[in-house]
Every structure is written in C-alpha cells, then in structure tokens.
Write a protein that binds this ligand. Structure first.
Ligand code: SF4
Length: 386
C-alpha cells in the first residue's frame, strides 16, 4: 500500500501521535553470517546494496541532533538507541565508544539515553565485552536452538556452523556482564523440537527469550504451512508454562499474549494493539520504517526522508507510523471482527502484506496465531479453575 492509500485511513478523533522512543540505528550494512532466510539479504527489499557499509560520524552526529530535537520538543523522559545491522560488532569496539560519546554529548540531560544492541554474537570477544560494559550497552544475542538447528539456519559465510562460538560468547557475556545481557532472540524452525529449543536457550539463564516467527507475507507465504508454526509455539508455551523454577526466563511473545488477555500492554511487536513508537535510521542517514517490512516489497521500509533534511517529527506524522499507533482502527475488517483481536492485534505488521490489498489483511500467520492464542487461553482457564 502506497503512502497516499494509507493516508486515506480514518484516524480516531483526538488521536495524538506518540513520540518515537526507539531509534533503530543501522550502524553496519554487512554481516559475517549467511543466514538463508535473513530478511535483510534475502527479503524483497534489496536497498542495503546501495547503502554505505557503515554509519559514519557525520551521520551519527546529525541523527543525534534530530533525536535530541525530538526529545526536547516532546519532553521525552527516555530514548533508546538500538545498534543494529547487518552485524553491528563488525564496526569494532572503538566505533561504539565514539558513537556513544557523540550521542550522549548531544542528547538533552533531561532525557535518559539508553543503548541496546542486537548481535549474532560471533564477535563478542573480551575486548568487545570491555567496551559493552564501559558504554553500558544492553545486548541481545540471536541463537536459534541446538547446534544442528542453529547451524542450518545461522551459518557463517563459507558455511561453518556458529553454535559453538556463539554459545561460548553468550556464556562469557552472561558471566562477565549479567546486567548487560538483555536476552536471546530465537527465530523458530517449526521442524525442531520446541521443548528442546527452549531448554537450549534457558541454559544460558537469559533474562528474556524472544521467539520470532519466520517472516512471511500473503505473496511469500510461510515456508511451513499452517498450523505448523502455531503448533510449535503452542507446544513451547505449554512447556514454558509448566516451569516451576522462579528464575525461568520470560518469553516475551507468551507474556504479551497473557498481557492481552488481561488488557495489559504487549511487549512484543508480534502481537497486541500497543502503539509502536520506533523508527529506523539507515547507514546513509535515511529514515526508514521497521526493518521487517523488507520482506513485503522492494522499497517498503523507505520514507523518502533523512536526518540531514528532515526532523524526526516528520516521521512521527507519517501515515505508516500512525497506523501502528491507533490500535483496532489500523487493522483490516477481518481482524476488527475477530474474537481474539485484542490479544493478536493482527499479528506482525509486515506479515499482513499482499500486493492486492497492501496491509489491509489479517496476518499471513492468522491460523497459526489462532492456534497459539487459543492454546494459551486453554492453559490459562485450566489454571484459573484449579
Ligand atoms: S490475524 Fe487472524 S487471529 Fe489475528 S486478529 Fe487478525 S483475524 Fe484474528
């Protein structure tokens, strides 16, 4: 759906745009892994080819000014910069010291400025950990389960598996900097064993686990037809909800579904009606929408605006951003009529896309979402009756 089409969506009266609190900062375009299903390199949007390899200092400085203006204008108590790639750690430790210094010295003192990073974990050396501790960056690492599953999905360039080195590095991160270990991100393989996958991730004692559904749209349907993904997640949920260890990690997707049943905010982009207040800044300073849109069509995340010419407020007012801040009103008619819409929220925004209707569809994972959400409901009800 093009921008003019999105602009036709009626917005509820009294709607106030929510300032953009999460800045996904694309510091590196390249990656040292060759994951076959990566949405950046294998998705429909191939714009990374035309972008600079990394975000250079003039771009970092201008981005920081734009975010600082936005934070001051909206009296924001907190902003999060999320270093992202490609693989951010390919930039080296000194890069992040310099980037952090530029951003901190630009942001208003009245706004708490937090730094996060999503990494594949291969380059989490002692030297990097020193920098992460000094810069106080909260780090999420991607790991897809046991070695055979992870290595098929997350090979290095050249084909070697990464499970061994990433496991060692996660262990080192968890031991040396437990306060900086924000969790593990696992893109699920519906052919793997859900309980085994959960246990493999839980052995690192992450504070949180994110199970991510493989990206798909109506034009590029899920690799594993419904309800394979929903059944996998439902089994994982039953296994997780049976844990008696009080230290068991949170699973954001499951917690967010439970929150939906309790009319509480979602903590996952994959479910719920909570407003999304995020924007991406690419290595060349262009503003983009969320990364996952790269699977929808070539150019889907592009906005046509950039940090050199345009304030961040411009992005906050874009129809694509507003649509994700207005709850039910931003959903397709099918979703609005769905009995579990408050919990599901139409699924992940990118997964709704078809070339016929744009984003006016339920998720391409609709049947899987129903399978999972009704499974959570069943466990919930059974516990309530006890
Ligand atoms: S994607 Fe499917 S399950 Fe989710 S709200 Fe829409 S219709 Fe309901």
């Amino acid at each position: 759906m093009s921008m003019p089409e999105l602009a036709k969506i009626p917005f509820p009266s009294g709607y106030e745009p929510i300032p953009l609190q999460e800045i996904i900062t694309k510091v590196q375009s390249d990656c040292n892994l060759a994951c076959p299903t990566c949405y950046v390199y294998a998705g429909a949007d191939q714009s990374w080819h035309d972008k600079p390899g990394r975000m250079e200092e003039p771009v970092i400085a201008r981005m920081a000014e734009r975010v600082a203006e936005h934070a001051e204008a909206h009296d924001m108590p907190r902003v999060e910069f999320i270093y992202h790639g490609g693989e951010p750690l390919m930039n080296g430790d000194e890069y992040f010291r310099r980037a952090g210094s530029i951003i901190r010295s630009t942001m208003p003192t009245t706004t708490e400025t937090l730094f996060y990073m999503q990494t594949n974990g291969v380059l989490l050396t002692d030297r990097m950990l020193d920098m992460i501790g000094e810069e106080d960056i909260r780090v999420g690492v991607s790991l897809n389960g046991i070695a055979s599953v992870n290595d098929a999905m997350r090979p290095a360039k050249g084909g070697r598996g990464t499970h061994d080195i990433v496991s060692r590095n996660i262990r080192r991160l968890a031991e040396r900097l437990p306060g900086n270990f924000s969790g593990l991100l696992c893109t699920i393989d519906p052919l793997s064993d859900p309980a085994e996958t959960y246990e493999e991730l839980a052995r690192f004692s992450p504070p949180a686990i994110d199970f991510l559904i493989q990206h798909a749209t109506w034009d590029s349907p899920p690799l594993h037809p419904a309800p394979a993904t929903g059944v996998w997640l439902a089994k994982a949920f039953r296994h997780w909800s049976g844990q008696t260890d009080a230290q068991a990690p949170t699973v954001r997707l499951f917690i967010s579904i439970i929150a939906g049943f309790l009319d509480k905010p979602s903590r996952s982009e994959q479910v719920g009606l909570s407003p999304i207040a995020a924007a991406t800044v690419e290595t060349d300073g262009s503003y983009e929408l969320v990364d996952s849109l790269k699977i929808a069509y070539n150019g889907a995340p592009a906005t046509g605006f950039n940090v050199f010419d345009d304030p961040l407020d411009t992005i906050m007012h874009l129809p694509e951003i507003r649509r994700r801040q207005i709850g039910m009103a931003g959903l397709s008619d099918t979703c609005q009529a769905c009995p579990i819409v408050k919990v599901c929220g139409g699924g992940m925004f990118a997964h709704r896309h078809s070339s016929e209707n744009g984003f006016n569809n339920p998720s391409a994972y609709c049947e899987d979402m129903k399978t999972l959400i009704y499974a959570v409901n069943d466990v919930f009800r059974a516990q309530y009756r006890r």
